[in-house]
Design a protein around this ligand. Sequence first.
Ligand code: OOG
Ligand code: MG
Length: 264
Amino acid sequence: MVTTEAELASVLERAALTRTAVGKLTDLFPIDVPAAYRVQRENIRRRVSRGEHITGVKMGFTSQAKMTQMGVDDVIWGILTDAMAAGGDAYDISGLIHPKVEPELVFRLGRRVSGTGGADGAVGAAEAESAVDAVAVGFEVLDSRFEGYEFTLPDVIADNASAAGFGTGPWHELASVPDISDLPVTLLVNGEPLREGSTRAILGDPWESLRSAARLATQAGITLEPGWVVLAGAITEAVPLTPGAHVAVTAAPLGTAELRTTVN
Ligand code: OOG
Ligand code: MG
């Protein structure tokens, strides 16, 4: 980690802690994708040193809707911690800059995926599939630290893929779910269906996203731990998350993931 990368991490850390959006990092310094992941990991290290625990990973831009909405063209990933747990009846968004919410499909790992089988991550991918013990419908709360959600691919990677929060509905053991590859999903805000899609929007098959997560983790030398979740990536565009909103994401056989934000 060169000094500049630590400084770029500080720019994003400060933006989040002071609730002040910043301009693109790539306007300050020309970082490439590997450097961007180093910046992302530096801020995760800082979060862990503040007492947070890593609880999973998130995939980003795995659907055409999201790539088009955000103007990027590659799959990315980020790291989730327990401090990002969201949901319930009183989710406080007053510390966020300009939150959005999007529907997700979420995998839970029943055992470790170390991906020791090869640098290309192929073994990690096969391992990951058999390591999944449950799935759930979920949501992700995004809060880009960049003004107007304007970023290049390295910017959004450095910003931990805009991660701010996530939650799930009830977990279902895989054996009890017929097929998750083409489930209709609806995002409702205050009872109004604002977005509809299918889990097929996730790389043609959400399992493909799980395999990609395992591949990326293996390549990065990160072991996916039992109990960790993998957010497969948004099924539709994200919508603004406002004070007092009731958000529900439903996928018929999986039930509903819900969130109500506080009024402030
Ligand atoms: C980046 C996060 C993308 C997804 O599910 O595609 C993402 C953003 O949209 O700001 O989480
Ligand atoms: Mg997402």
